[in-house]
Write a protein that binds this ligand. Structure first.
Ligand SMILES: Cc1cn([C@H]2C[C@H](O)[C@@H](COP(=O)(O)OP(=O)(O)O[C@H]3O[C@@H](C)C(=O)[C@@H](O)[C@H]3O)O2)c(=O)[nH]c1=O
Length: 183
């Protein structure tokens, strides 16, 4: 697995080499040793899959507050998405910066998103599926969201946004006094 740092500290992109033979392909999704520079001593506590049918649909931008803040490893296992992380960490030199990358079944790339960054994605191919590994348990009381179209973040989505969940459509905009989250 190849691990690359992005412009946002602690946010990494991984690429896995797919090994092919007459039967098909084999590729690694997670390796504690190979991803140690990003994941450190964290423990994977949960794995989830989501599937999204409609091109242009957006899920996000989600994160959990401390003490349930979590790192997520996100990989596209079917189709293609534009995946985005936003830095919400108080005092971070890249506070409110976002970074996006196309993840697909084909390119085998994944995002490693640290605690204090919100995550979301837009579907670029019908029936795209994401596989997540989480370092914390799901905790609805600690869940929070940022609008996909928050003007202070200004994410450049590749397609017109569609199919937001009721919850995602109702995240409030960040107000001017928002200084970030503490971990
Ligand atoms: C995230 C999650 C949801 N759920 C439930 C709540 C709800 O009934 C249903 C769907 O949840 P949501 O609408 O929050 O699903 P979704 O909008 O796909 O949420 C996901 O969005 C992306 C962007 C992420 O980064 C993920 O961590 C996760 O927050 O599943 C769980 O039971 N466990 C979980 O870990």
């Amino acid at each position: 697995m190849k691990l690359s740092q992005t412009p946002i500290s602690g946010l990494f992109v991984t690429e896995s080499l797919a090994l092919g033979d007459a039967r098909g392909k084999f590729s690694r999704i997670f390796c504690e040793r190979e991803l140690a520079a990003a994941v450190g001593a964290r423990t994977i506590r949960q794995a989830n899959v989501s599937s999204t049918a409609v091109v242009g649909a957006i899920r996000g931008m989600h994160y959990q507050h401390a003490p349930r803040a979590e790192m997520k490893i996100v990989r596209c296992i079917q189709g293609r998405v534009f995946d985005v992380a936003v830095d919400l960490r108080r005092g971070s030199p890249t506070f409110l910066h976002w970074h996006g990358a196309e993840l697909s079944q084909e390119n085998g790339m994944a995002f490693i998103i640290p605690e204090g960054c919100a995550h979301g994605f837009q579907v670029l191919e019908p029936n795209s599926s994401l596989l997540y590994f989480h370092t914390e348990f799901y905790s609805p009381e600690h869940e929070a969201g940022v609008r996909h179209d928050d003007p202070r973040v200004a994410i450049a989505w590749p397609l017109p946004p569609t199919n937001l969940s009721v919850r995602d459509a109702s995240h409030p905009p960040l107000d001017e006094s928002f200084q970030g989250v503490s971990l």
